[in-house]
Design a protein around this ligand. Structure first.
Ligand SMILES: C[S@@+](CC[C@H](N)C(=O)[O-])C[C@H]1O[C@@H](n2cnc3c(N)ncnc32)[C@H](O)[C@@H]1O
Length: 451
């Protein structure tokens, strides 16, 4: 049982966990404890090498409750290593007679006495609890993403690009594909509004990362709650071509992976008199990035202490179909996915399952991962083809891009391009068949800055 009183001002609960498999659980536990009124301390960002740092010693000394996240790795071989932090934290907590509460996570067992170093053997006698996170989950951000919603947005979206006199040079096929993608993700407006209302302020500021032409942003941030929306994209031509009447929206070209990105962003914010953002929004961008973990840390720095990040993207691991087997019985979709992963410099698109970890390690809390599933069963033929376009049609061009950037020589690029094109053409043909069925999901991650 936890003993700490809710009124205590300082970190009163120390969360001890094994980084390799305990971090997501530790974050969930922390969120749950916060909701219950505790003030937990979790060392997410401290580099776990070298000596047991002073700050941790201080935190253990000052806590009342010392919670241990019991995961399969927590009491594995590392516990016997010299200077293992889990061991050192527990040893100190035992010495100081803290209220030690082992929290047993799924698939884990309490360690047996003889498996522990002698300094912490009494830990094995502590009474453990198995927290039920589901009943404690925050119900406030309920995402009502319904197919109906999607349908309404699809109908209300303009079908033509209404920009006049634009010098926008982007390939027109890609432009059409992106507008289909915007239609597919316009349901995000409800989610964004939901989050904005939770912040419970007006004059909200937003950073829209990888905004492209800004079309999705215009839908999502139309609400008067938002006073400044800064859209950034690395594609200079796209940014240059944006025309917008609404003064709340401003755009600039920034490559978020560039070493100077933070400095450039700061100067844009300074010019726009924005100190920090209430919301950082990144839709359909993560799979373009090479080091998402690093970018998560960067974006977190630009958020207000209670600000939210909303990230959305596709996940290749979720793509399934009936009727896509080739003559050898192999799934065409799986072959396309494998080939996509073979393209040098292209990041893999299995991001749905990594998102929680990325958000957690960047120091976000209240993390929710939702998904919007799309399948072809109730789609008209043209809508089915739109889904094909959004999910697959661009993939041969990724090979060309890798070649252009010098990651592939001409010969291997040609071979790879032809293989990918062949597979995509075959899949496109299958998509048209009435009996063909396909499904895929987009992940939606919402998390609050934990600073
Ligand atoms: C698929 S579009 C998504 C557009 C928009 N967010 C939406 O959901 O409709 C991806 C955009 O991310 C941009 N992008 C990719 N890598 C980027 C980076 N490192 N920095 C900034 N923008 C990037 C691309 O230029 C492209 O416009």
């Amino acid at each position: 049982m936890l003993s700490t009183k809710i009124e205590d001002k300082f970190h009163n609960t120390f969360i001890c966990y094994r980084h390799s498999d305990g971090l997501p659980w530790a974050i969930l536990l922390k969120d749950t404890l916060v909701r219950l009124g505790y003030r937990p301390f979790l060392d997410v960002n401290i580099n776990q090498s070298g000596d047991f740092p002073e700050i941790l010693e201080k935190k253990v000394k000052s806590c009342i409750d010392f919670v241990v996240v019991v995961t399969p790795d927590a009491f594995g071989e590392r516990i016997h290593e010299r200077k293992d932090w889990v061991e050192q934290e527990i040893e100190l907590a035992l010495k100081l007679n803290k209220n030690i509460v082992p929290c047993k996570m799924p698939m884990a067992n309490m360690p047996i006495i003889t498996s522990l170093p002698k300094e912490i053997q009494t830990f094995a006698d502590k009474q453990c609890i198995s927290p039920d996170f589901h009943t404690a989950m925050d119900e406030n951000i309920r995402l009502s993403v319904l197919r109906d919603n999607l349908g309404t947005y699809l109908k209300s979206m303009p079908t033509k690009n209404n920009k006049k006199g634009s010098s926008y040079e982007l390939d027109s096929k890609e432009k059409i594909r992106l507008s289909k993608q915007v239609k597919n993700t316009a349901y995000l407006k409800d989610i964004v509004t939901n989050v904005a209302e939770k912040i419970n302020r007006t004059d909200l500021t937003v950073l829209d990362v990888g905004c492209a032409e800004g079309e999705l942003g215009k839908i999502c941030f139309a609400n008067n709650l938002f006073s400044k929306i800064i859209g950034v994209d690395k594609d200079k031509a796209v940014i240059k071509a944006i025309k917008v009447d609404d003064k709340r929206f401003v755009y600039d070209d920034v490559d978020i992976e560039d070493d100077s990105a933070a400095q450039t962003l700061e100067s844009i914010m300074h010019n726009q008199q924005v100190n920090k953002f209430d919301i950082v929004f990144a839709s359909m961008v993560l799979h373009h990035l090479l080091n998402v973990e690093k970018i998560m840390h960067l974006l977190q720095q630009f958020l207000k202490p209670d600000g939210y990040i909303i990230v959305v993207g596709p996940d290749d691991g979720s793509k399934l179909a009936y009727g896509d087997n080739d003559e050898d019985g192999l799934s065409i979709i799986q072959q396309i996915i494998e080939k996509t992963r073979d393209i040098p410099f292209a990041s893999d698109r299995f991001n749905g399952r990594k998102l929680f970890y990325w958000l957690a390690t960047a120091g976000f809390s209240q993390i929710r991962i939702e998904s919007v599933m799309r399948d072809t069963s109730s789609l008209r033929p043209s809508e089915k083809m739109d889904l094909f376009d959004v999910c697959f049609s661009y993939r041969p061009e990724m090979v060309r891009l890798a070649e252009k950037k010098g990651f592939l020589d001409k010969e291997s690029a040609n071979a790879m391009y032809n293989e990918m094109k062949l597979l995509c053409d075959e899949l496109k043909f299958r998509f048209k068949a009435p009996q063909f069925w396909f499904c895929s999901y987009d992940y939606i991650g919402i998390a609050q800055n934990a600073q």
